[in-house]
Design a protein. Structure first.
Length: 94
């Protein structure tokens, strides 16, 4: 069984790195796929490896994801309150 020579993966493009810093991992994966012509799983693995190599970037990405989740929850609560108000108006306000 021969050992396969391991190639050093290409560094990510500047656009993909900026997308990661913005917390937009899906966009980063898309950019890596387009530039390198690889599949989804390999592009995701490359982006994840890039993040794992840099602990500061990893923490930054985690923080951005927490902020995005918190923002989503806020909008979800607002939407639920608007829906509840519409239901109350529909049944009792007419």
């Amino acid at each position: 069984m021969a050992n396969k020579p391991t190639r050093k993966p290409q560094p990510l493009s500047i656009e993909a790195s900026l997308a990661i810093q913005d917390g937009n991992l899906i966009e980063a994966i898309k950019l890596v796929r387009e530039r390198d012509g690889i599949g989804l799983a390999e592009a995701k693995a490359r982006v994840d490896a890039h993040i794992a190599q840099n602990p500061v970037l990893k923490e930054h990405v985690s923080q951005r994801q927490r902020e995005q989740r918190a923002q989503f929850v806020k909008w979800l609560v607002v939407a639920e309150l608007i829906f509840a108000a519409a239901v109350v108006y529909w049944f009792f306000g007419r």
